[in-house]
Write a protein that binds this ligand. Structure first.
Ligand code: MN
Length: 230
């Protein structure tokens, strides 16, 4: 059967060290998964993490230029470990969850903080604050077959050379295997799904011209330049 409009390419991320691509199906994101970030967002340090989603079409594969989005005056970065699932499943026990992971990457959960706050204040969805064009820059995926399953190691971000975020993956409230186990109770997870695993403290605004440079030990680095709106 033919399609009535041109078929698009599936969103995909490069895989480090080769020419192959990782096709992306869905993007799940964890909110408030580091205690110090939970506190800076108004929590008491004891609230459980929660999830929201972004479209796979929001990816900016490999980073690079990101246009300042419309309808915001408070665009924030959030530096996150990204988990790429190579195998799906439902009701996956945490003890077996790592076997479902293809690899890991460095991502930015870009956020229109003012629109997210409006949603919170009015009991409305977060989509306009979180799920918009170019809101998910992401590095190449480093395969777990090469680096294993990092549960500790530095996660950091500089903006124009000044350090803005620094923490350790071990500071996560919910570990990656716990995130996979929890999500798989609610969804049938599939190969190609990504999980953005939450950001440490130190989130803040960016402007056109700003240079973001992030890294996670053993996983990789991500560079983004914010450019003028479309
Ligand atoms: Mn986030």
């Amino acid at each position: 059967m033919a399609y009535v409009i041109p078929l698009w390419s599936p969103p995909a991320l490069p895989v480090a060290g080769g020419a192959e691509l990782f096709p992306v199906r869905r993007i799940f994101c964890v909110g408030r998964n580091y205690v110090e970030h939970q506190k800076e967002m108004g929590g008491d340090g004891r609230e459980a993490p929660f999830f929201f989603t972004k479209s796979a079409h929001a990816l900016v594969p490999g980073g690079g230029r990101v246009h300042y989005p419309p309808k915001t005056s408070n665009l924030h970065y959030e530096t996150e470990l990204v988990v790429a699932l190579g195998r799906g499943g439902r009701r996956i026990p945490a003890a077996q969850a790592n076997a479902h992971v293809f690899g890991y990457a460095v991502g930015f959960d870009m956020t229109r903080r003012d629109l997210q706050q409006w949603g919170k204040d009015h009991g409305r969805p977060w989509d306009f604050g979180k799920d918009f064009d170019e809101s998910a820059p992401c590095s190449a995926i480093e395969p777990a077959a090469r680096i294993g399953h990092p549960s500790r190691g530095a996660i950091w971000l500089t903006v124009n050379g000044k350090e803005r975020q620094r923490a350790d993956l071990a500071d996560m409230i919910w570990s990656v295997p716990e995130q996979i186990a929890y999500l798989s109770e609610y969804y049938t997870l599939e190969a190609g799904d990504l999980i953005f695993s939450g950001t440490p403290a130190g989130v803040g605004p960016v402007q056109p011209g700003d240079e973001l440079h992030a890294g996670i030990d053993a996983v990789g680095e991500l560079r983004v330049t914010i450019v003028a709106p479309l």
